[in-house]
Design a binder for this molecule. Structure first.
Ligand code: HEC
Length: 152
């Protein structure tokens, strides 16, 4: 858990939550909260995705706000949402058990999201072309983690 704690506070957040007492199963609250977290991430990604696909007009103010939200979300300390054992082998969740055994790789993938999102936050308000160019890598960073650590 200490490892995952560090994972989830990677990036701009440097807080330490070592010593925190983690809840025991069945983990419903943690699972609900982390899925809700990703739904908020997705909403902001879809806002930009709709602009990229031409489903909604590019608006630099909206684009920058959504991109900054995505970046901010990537810096949150969500360590309390990922207690050991709250995986798809034991609970109603899409989180694969491998998350807890492949810590270094998950950390890398989280960081890749955080770094791509930082670029997107910088570029999203600078025009459709720049937004689009920075949006792709963020989408790839989501998929890269889901492919290995999220069940269908
Ligand atoms: C480091 C790994 C990782 C990264 C990066 C990541 N995700 Fe996820 N995501 C997960 C895991 C694990 C779950 C399953 C959570 C669960 O079911 O408890 C998930 C679940 C989701 C869900 C489903 C939530 C629900 O209602 O059940 C959505 C939507 C989602 N992610 C969107 C995104 C988007 C969009 C990005 C990129 C901007 C992203 N994720 C980046 C690991 C990641």
């Amino acid at each position: 858990m200490k490892h995952l704690t560090k994972l989830l506070i990677s990036g701009a957040v440097a807080t330490s939550v070592a010593g925190t007492v983690y809840a025991e199963g069945p983990f419903e609250e943690q699972i609900k909260a982390r899925q809700g977290f990703y739904e908020v991430v997705k909403f902001n990604m879809e806002t930009l995705g709709d602009m990229v696909k031409g489903k909604r007009d590019y608006d630099p103010v909206v684009a920058e706000a959504a991109a900054k939200n995505i970046y901010s979300l990537s810096t949150l300390n969500n360590a309390l949402l990922w207690p050991k054992g709250s995986d798809s082998s034991a609970a109603d969740t899409h989180a694969k058990p491998e998350i807890w055994s492949n810590f270094d790789d998950v950390k890398q993938k989280h960081r890749a999201w955080n770094q791509a999102a930082e670029k997107l936050a910088t570029n999203a308000g600078k025009g459709m072309g720049q937004m689009k160019a920075s949006f792709g890598p963020v989408g790839k960073s989501c998929k890269s983690c889901h492919n290995d650590y999220k069940t269908k």
